[in-house]
Design a protein around this ligand. Structure first.
Ligand code: KG4
Ligand code: ZN
Length: 337
């Protein structure tokens, strides 16, 4: 069986042709550089870029895989959460193909696709803990199985990726800020700038990152900033948010001491941060928990995770065709429409 998927929820246009066994026949990801000068994603420009990219990438996908589009069995695309214009462009493109070729269309939840992304390349032991770290969401789930997720905690203000991007902006670093902060943090000292640890004394599994961002803002305003200081701010920020993640995961281990959790998945764009990974890995190996990650090209937004999620859900009774699914910018995991 052949699945064609599109991801267009934010500023990456991605297409994937995948076999039902997970074999990727073609996978394209186009990052939109048009936003670089604005320090963040401009929704209208993102929608227009998706429209341009989709047409050429679709042709490339077919040529590279040698697939005739008539042989595609299933069409799917991200239908939320995300920027509404971007979701509409991507899903309308794929819905049109599905109508034209008279094949089913399925609507996929972007967050669920991140959550299931490490199940393509790891031997999974349910239930696993999932730390979902993207530009728009910071959440912890207990993943009991496909379509069976318990949300344990989430950010009450900024998402972690958003905090990386905002701190990067304060330091005049390019967008997206995460990779830029990770790079300069290598030359900085982790304890040189004192930053708060919000909710440190609380047992909640929720997060709050806006106070750290504000503390960085104040530090930048009150000090003369040179490259060395920028490196120190980046290292201290990255270290502090890692401490927060470690704290929350420790709370999870304590909370679920009756449930055998053997794996922690780290997914989403921020999940590719090597410092965060190394620190969580140390902590997890002390608790006999394995860290599982998606393949390298499935951390940031990509269509392979959309195709894979569709494949995982096809055998579920409640997974129905979604031609009339209404794109939802705030779609939550586990909520059906
Ligand atoms: O999952 P993703 O590609 O898109 C969303 O679904 O939001 O995540 C994008 C976020 C951005 O905020 C970006 O700065 C962050 O992931 N990011 C990183 C790294 N690479 C990407 N944050 C920290 N370290 C990185 N290496
Ligand atoms: Zn994402």
């Amino acid at each position: 069986m052949l699945i064609f998927a599109v991801e267009s929820s934010c500023d990456e246009t991605s297409l994937c042709l995948m076999k039902s066994n997970g074999e990727v026949l073609s996978h394209k990801i186009a990052s939109q550089e048009i936003h670089n000068n604005f320090g963040g994603v401009v929704p209208e420009l993102a929608s227009r870029s998706h429209l341009l990219n989709l047409q050429s990438l679709y042709k490339k996908c077919l040529t590279e895989s040698g697939i005739n589009p008539r042989d595609i069995d299933i069409f799917c695309s991200t239908c939320g959460p995300g920027l509404i214009g971007c979701l509409l462009v991507g899903s309308t493109f794929v819905k049109s193909l599905s109508i034209g070729f008279q094949k089913p269309f399925y609507a996929i939840n972007h967050l669920e696709a991140h959550i299931l992304s490490p199940t393509i390349n790891n031997k999974i032991i349910f239930p696993y803990l999932c730390l979902l770290l993207t530009g728009g969401h910071t959440q912890i789930y207990l993943v009991n199985g496909v379509d069976n997720y318990s949300l344990l905690g989430e950010t009450k203000d900024d998402a972690l990726g958003e905090a990386f991007d905002k701190v990067a902006k304060l330091l005049n670093l390019p967008y997206p800020g995460g990779p830029a902060i990770e790079e300069i943090a290598k030359n900085g000292s982790i304890k040189s700038v004192s930053l708060p640890h919000p909710l440190e004394k609380s047992n909640t599994l929720d997060f709050s990152f806006s106070g750290i961002k504000t503390a960085v803002n104040l530090y930048v305003k009150n000090n003369i900033i040179n490259q060395k200081i920028k490196n120190n701010i980046a290292a201290s920020f990255q270290h502090k948010v890692t401490e927060i993640l470690k704290h929350k995961i420790t709370l999870c281990f304590n909370k679920f001491n009756n449930v055998k959790i053997e794996q922690l998945a780290i997914v989403g764009g921020v999940g590719s941060n090597k410092y965060i990974f190394a620190e969580l890995k140390k902590m997890c190996s002390n608790n006999n928990v394995e860290i599982i990650l998606p393949p390298k090209d499935m951390f940031s937004d990509n269509a392979a995770m959309i195709a894979w999620t569709c494949i995982q859900k096809l055998s579920l009774k409640n997974f129905q065709e979604g031609l009339h699914f209404k794109n939802d910018p705030r779609l939550r995991v586990g909520i059906k429409k």
